[in-house]
Design a protein around this ligand. Structure first.
Ligand code: BV8
Ligand code: ZN
Length: 236
């Protein structure tokens, strides 16, 4: 049982596993492959330069797959905890599926961007959602450059304001920090390194995951099981 006291400052990191029970496939389900390409190759600037249509289709299919998925009890459990803790709570998600926002999460950092937003490669303009253009590659109305999904690809920097928000929260928390990771395989950095950041700040670390992930030994407490079941019980 994760006890929240009046001084607890809770930092939550979520990955694809928290959306699995909503019907969103995780990266591991795809075995890290998309049409025979390594995921890292497709979700990278080089991959987009090499074959923008393939990458655009990869994201269009994932976006289309989100059309009728809903947040699950794990997403809602985090919204309840946020209401209880207020500014002593911060959610950092690796997910680009927008389900945390749909569930009502407010104090949230989308450290890898959001698949429902596109941006221009050159003028960084972020046009309105362009759900219409699933197949053909949309171009920027301003400068004609190709548009791309507004997500952080492999080899790209995490947005500075996201890193600053995480850093500020950990610093302010000190040993009152409780770090909880949910549904992530702990292989992609810097997200996978957050548990180490939390430990060196003197915090305690919890993991809720369907199986023991790569960085499981870094966690003080490990709860193996589906997040939709384990998370609501963890805070009961
Ligand atoms: C960076 C957005 C500085 C896009 C994603 C060598 C060469 C080049 C780079 C590197 C290198 N070594 C390290 C790096 C850095 C690289 C990296 O870490 N690579 C890995 C592959 C080794 N990182 C980066 O490039 C990052 N940027 O470092 O900038 C820099 C700059 C230049 C050069 C070097 C460094 C940027 C990384 C961001 C990539 N973007 N997503 C998109 O979504 O399309 S990553 C994507 O995969 C996710 O966002 C997530 O972060 C990651 C892993 O996914 P998970 O969320 O963990 O999901 P997964 O399927 O893997 O696991 C699901 C888990 O849930 C499983 O454990 C499963 O058991 C569990 N589960 C399943 N069902 C349930 C469940 N748990 C509970 N309940 C259930 N029901
Ligand atoms: Zn432009």
């Amino acid at each position: 049982m994760l006890t929240l006291t009046d001084s607890t400052r809770l930092l939550v990191l979520t990955g694809a596993g928290i959306s699995a029970e909503s019907g969103v496939p995780t990266f591991r389900d795809a075995g890290g492959l998309w049409e025979g390409h390594r995921f890292e190759d497709v979700a990278s600037p080089e991959g987009f330069d090499a074959d923008p249509i393939l990458v655009w289709r990869f994201y269009s299919l994932r976006r289309r797959g989100l059309d009728n998925v809903k947040p699950n009890p794990a997403h809602h459990a985090l919204v309840e905890v946020e209401k209880r803790l207020g500014d002593r709570y911060l959610l950092v998600t690796q997910n680009v599926d927008g389900l945390h926002a749909a569930a009502g999460s407010k104090r949230m950092v989308e450290m890898h961007g959001n698949i429902n937003r596109t941006k221009c490669r050159r003028c960084r303009l972020t046009p309105f959602e362009d759900h219409k253009s699933y197949e053909e590659l949309p171009a920027c109305a301003e400068c004609g450059e190709l548009l791309r999904p507004d997500v952080v690809w492999f080899g790209e920097m995490i947005p500075r304001d996201a890193l600053a928000a995480i850093d500020g929260f950990v610093r302010a928390a000190g040993s009152n920090l409780v770090f909880l990771a949910v549904g992530t395989s702990g292989v992609v950095y810097p997200a996978a390194g957050l548990v180490d950041v939390a430990r060196s700040a003197g915090g305690t670390s919890w993991l809720v995951n369907a199986e023991r992930p790569a960085n499981v030994s870094q966690f003080d407490h490990v709860e193996i099981g589906p997040a939709g079941k384990v998370l609501p019980a963890l805070f009961a």
